[in-house]
Design a protein around this ligand. Structure first.
Ligand code: GDG
Length: 461
């Protein structure tokens, strides 16, 4: 890469810390190579602060500068909770019913993005390559450009981009999509998302298709491509063979020696389809009673965004559903569902994945879904479990050898789970091998390198 890398995301992680996770590690690699800058919100909310103002903090983490800005309560509530997570998140996941189009939120979203641009600008160097992440920051490049920023700027959307008529429900849809044209490159998770982008700009903005993913509209040109995000396969395999994961695996195998274990691990988000999954599991018990006293679902749902109303609703729904199934089917020595509303230590996750005969990854809509990839990597290649994957996860475009399901179809999903439980070892091995090859070929390093390479080329037109 010719210039310094500058990463901008809502939250900033210290890439030296193990808990940072795959994305932080992958971006940290690239930042370390060029001596980079990582910029975002500090995570601090200042009560009674002035809207559009926030203190800048800088900290050196090896060769990487971490620069973060505080948000006042009003900006946090309208930019982060309101517009980002109360409008963009639900609509981009096709949930118009859950969107709260409160007119007040948009001004906070714009104000926070303007403030980020203002704080970032003096930190930039002429040959920097800027990479902005996710829906919180869509207008950031346009704000930077308005302040005179000429550097190459790329954007990656981690969540799905919905079809034009869904997008058009957002009162500011045109402004949002126009904002994307301030970037040199817009990266999306899947080919389906790229098609939605193309259809939107052509039908709503009369864009000209210049070929090779390039479109001209709103007086500028942007390149759009799919870059399906991957995981750090090496890191996750090492984690799988480390002590904590092995201990977890052994304890699970011992505890469930007479049972068949099924597993789901998600943030407790309505996009993840957890209640649908639990209903499919109930259908499995009802329709294939040989699984009673045997199949056990461990569902970990880590707490997230609890101050947004829709998240409280899904929690209550899930608690009552799991309670009802355990009440209806449970025995003195067997409970069908273990529902855990807590975050499990990352080091334990691979052990749990490896012990589960079936991995249930059934979101109603997901940009990619990394759990699907982690589940596959954690398996014993000699005796692997089966991934049951929603066709509505971005990962389904790559992971064709999983059992693909429609999570809205309760009976169909239950049948796929039954098929997974009965699958021969040969078939499980064959599918696992094919999935591993795909996950390895397009891992997180591939993702980062490919995006940055295309961004460099896009900038030199
Ligand atoms: C967004 C997009 C896209 C989950 N529970 C626990 C835990 N996790 C870890 C998983 C996985 C990560 O969190 C979740 O990643 P996902 O990809 O499944 O989902 P989102 O958080 O919604 O991420 C998504 C992603 O961005 C990347 O672009 O794939 O589509 O929505 O790594 O293992 N980790 C620990 N305890 C838990 O309880 N330690």
């Amino acid at each position: 890469m010719s210039g310094r890398l500058v990463v901008i995301s809502n939250r900033v992680a210290d890439p030296r810390k193990a808990a940072a996770g795959g994305l932080a590690v992958a971006l940290g690699d690239a930042l370390n190579q060029t001596g980079g800058l990582w910029f975002g919100w500090s995570g601090t909310i200042v009560e009674g602060g002035t809207p559009g103002e926030g203190e800048l903090h800088t900290q050196q983490a090896g060769s990487v500068t971490l620069a973060t800005v505080d948000l006042c309560r009003e900006d946090h509530d309208s930019y982060y909770l309101g517009y980002s997570n109360g409008v963009l998140w639900p609509v981009f996941h096709y949930r118009l019913d859950l969107a709260d189009f409160d007119a007040g939120y948009i001004s906070g979203y714009r104000r926070a993005n303007q403030m980020f641009a203002r704080k970032l600008l003096p930190l930039l160097k002429d040959d920097d390559i800027i990479w902005v992440h996710d829906y919180h920051l869509i207008p950031l490049a346009a704000e930077l450009r308005a302040m005179g920023c000429k550097q190459r700027i790329g954007f990656f959307l981690h969540i799905p981009l919905p079809p034009p008529l869904i997008l058009a429900a957002i009162p500011q849809h045109e402004w949002l999509m126009r904002s994307l044209f301030a970037y040199d490159l817009v990266g999306l998770q899947s080919e389906a998302d790229v098609q939605h982008f193309a259809r939107y700009v052509q039908t709503e903005a009369g864009a000209e298709d210049l070929g090779d993913g390039r479109y001209r509209a709103f007086g500028s040109t942007v390149c759009t491509r799919a870059f399906p995000i991957g995981i750090d396969v090496e890191e996750f395999s090492e984690l799988t063979h480390a002590k904590e994961a092995r201990d977890t695996y052994e304890r699970m195998c011992e505890e469930y020696a007479r049972r068949r274990l099924l597993m789901g691990i998600d943030r407790l988000d309505y996009s993840k389809g957890i209640p649908h999954r639990v209903r499919a599991f109930r259908e499995l018990l009802a329709h294939y009673p040989e699984n009673q006293k045997s199949a056990t679902l461990i569902q970990i749902a880590s707490p997230t965004r609890e101050s947004v109303d829709a998240y409280g609703d899904i929690r209550r729904e899930l608690e009552s559903l799991c309670g009802a199934i355990n009440g209806d089917y449970g025995e003195l020595d067997w409970m069908p569902i273990r529902y855990i509303h807590r975050t499990v230590a990352r080091k334990r996750v691979p052990g749990l994945c490896r012990a589960a005969r079936v991995g249930l990854v059934t979101p109603l809509r997901d940009g990619m879904n990394l759990v699907a990839k982690e589940y596959v990597v954690a398996q014993d290649p000699g005796d692997p479990g089966v991934l049951v994957l929603s066709r509505f996860a971005g990962a389904a475009e790559q992971l064709k050898e999983a059992l693909l399901v429609n999570p809205y179809d309760t009976h169909g999903t239950a049948e796929a789970i039954q098929q997974a439980l009965q699958m021969s070892k040969e078939e499980r091995q064959r599918r696992h091998q094919a999935l591993m090859a795909r996950i390895r070929a397009q891992d997180i390093h591939w993702w980062r390198k490919t995006f940055l390479q295309v961004l460099e080329e896009a900038g030199s037109d």
